[in-house]
Design a protein around this ligand. Structure first.
Ligand SMILES: Cc1cc2nc3c(=O)[nH]c(=O)nc-3n(C[C@H](O)[C@H](O)[C@H](O)COP(=O)(O)O)c2cc1C
Length: 191
């Protein structure tokens, strides 16, 4: 079965984005196996820590290599990609053989997509993901579900996706699975 690895961009207990990811998991039910990469295991990126490969980075790379795609569920932080996601992608974007930084990373040709939950700055964060994910040579599926936090969530902590959001997540899941089925398209390094 197709495997999709989730990256959830909020580490907060009770996070709305984590609940949003649950809705994403439902959209893949019966169609793909979902697992989650724990972004709290990544140290702050530092080139001095790259060799020898840290066990937590080796473990993360293993999970990525076993997956057909990564699906990022993200808040916007100051109208931008949150640091925990950027930090993990920086680690994962590094060449497996550092003798040449153009060598493939574990993300090379991995399918990717992103969904964003925030109250403002969706388009700004989406624009950053649309630039970053192809730049690091993932096969980016530009079907981005965006939503706001429902008002009652601020009182009871429960994120409830609207019917439209559930439908969008299903559309996004289907677009991702169709692209995986078709296989990667040719890309070129942009630097
Ligand atoms: C550093 C920081 C910056 C934030 N910037 C934004 C923002 O630009 N737009 C927004 O709608 N919410 C912003 N928020 C609020 C989060 O998006 C909000 O807490 C949301 O619920 C998602 O996070 P959660 O999964 O932790 O619940 C910010 C929160 C933090 C901690």
């Amino acid at each position: 079965m197709t495997k999709v690895l989730f990256l959830v961009g909020s580490l907060r207990k009770g996070s709305f984005v984590q609940q949003f990811a649950k809705a994403g998991e439902k959209a893949l039910e019966g169609k793909a196996e979902v697992s989650c990469l724990d972004l709290s295991t990544f140290p702050l990126f530092n080139q001095d820590l790259e060799t020898p490969v840290l066990p937590e980075i080796a473990a993360a790379r293993q999970l990525v290599s076993e997956a057909d795609a990564i699906w990022i569920f993200s808040p916007t932080y100051n109208f931008a990609i949150p640091g925990v996601v950027k930090n993990a992608l920086d680690w994962l974007s590094r060449a497996l053989d550092l003798s040449d930084p153009h060598n493939p990373s574990i993300l090379h040709d991995k399918f990717s997509t992103v969904s964003i939950l925030a109250n403002g700055g969706h388009e700004q964060a989406a624009a950053q993901y649309r630039a970053l994910l192809p730049f690091i040579r993932t096969q980016f599926i530009n079907e981005v579900t965006m939503t706001k936090v429902n008002d009652s969530a601020w009182m009871d902590g429960q994120f409830i996706p609207t019917e439209e959001v559930v439908a969008n997540l299903e559309k996004q899941a289907d677009a991702l699975l169709a692209a995986i089925e078709k296989g990667p398209v040719a890309t070129e390094a942009s630097w």
